[in-house]
Design a protein around this ligand. Sequence first.
Ligand SMILES: *Cc1c(COP(=O)(O)O)cnc(C)c1O
Length: 390
Amino acid sequence: MNEFLTKATRRPQLLTPGPTPVPHSVRQVGLLDPIYHRSEEFASLFLECRKKLQALFQSDSMPLILTSSGTGALEAALVNFTDEGDKTFVVVGGKFGERWRDLSSAYKCETKILNVESGKYADPAIIEQELSNETDVKALFLQASETSTGVFHPLKNIISSARKAHPDVLIVVDAVSAICAHNIAMDEMGIDVLVSGSQKGFGVPPGLSFIAASPRAWKAFSKRSKFYFDLKKEKSGQDKGLSSWTPASTLVEQLNLSMTALCELGPEKLEKRHQRYSDAVRAALKENGFELFAKTSPSFALTSFSPKSGISASDVQKTMKSKYGFQIAGGQGELKGKILRFSHLGFVDDFSILQGIAALDWTCADLSKEHHVGALTQSLMQNLQSDKNL
Ligand SMILES: *Cc1c(COP(=O)(O)O)cnc(C)c1O
């Protein structure tokens, strides 16, 4: 491909699980002067935005909007809903499970680890057994979609297993990369604290995080000292459209616009849309001889796979970006160099998938004589066009 058509005229197209592509109309909002955040205009925008988030979270509890990356909301969950010395269980199946573990230890909870093999999903039966062996378990922390491995933990079954062992255990779910890609019905599933972030399924630049808490969680509000992330204080202000501190108001305005599109589709169709991408990308990669990393229970947000033998993961990333203009993600931590991650989260469309797969295919052909560009375009078209209504 002519370099002029890629590098020189646009930034690499994002196929990363955060940040995700920002729709053009949402980007344009970013050019405007910020709205004064103590005005009535902003208060009503803020409340409208929270209501739209509520529709995606599917909860009677209105999510709070925080100015921080997703990890800020994870920290807020830990600080506001556990006390020092509380016994917590943490599902650790990758980098983000480790983040819950590290937060729980940093804030001096008695942290029990439920280790899950990388690339596998957390087994509800094992969780039930491990939790049954312990008394006084305050909370279970887990991811819905473990973005570092591309796995979706079977949330519904895990929650019912955990509640069999401890009916009142707080279920705290990091759905930062799951919301929009998966239909996560907070109240129906019995989730107590649900967290997400702007740069994932929402198609907004990084900088906002979202957190909703059930009545059970509010009842367990911690005695710890808090300041920036005092969620009770936030809630009393945000219910009137005011945040405690200066919010990233431009991002809120951008979010309000992207949420209009997301709410129009609604959580069920959003899940179907992402599942369709996941199925299509998995089929294309398999057909092209790649080994999928998350063999069962894949996240609909992204597809993780191993680079072919003899081809380095970082060379694939570099060539795809410099020559064809597509940014995919590599592995994190132990998985660095071992896997690649192709995201289909948020505002991607059929043609960005088609182009991304083709760019990967061509990249591998550039890097290895063994790689033959396949009949994948055909497979992609069949899969992507199976449902024209989404
Ligand atoms: C992106 C992500 C986060 C948040 O990361 P930040 O860099 O703090 O925004 C947390 N959990 C998961 C599963 C994620 O994918």
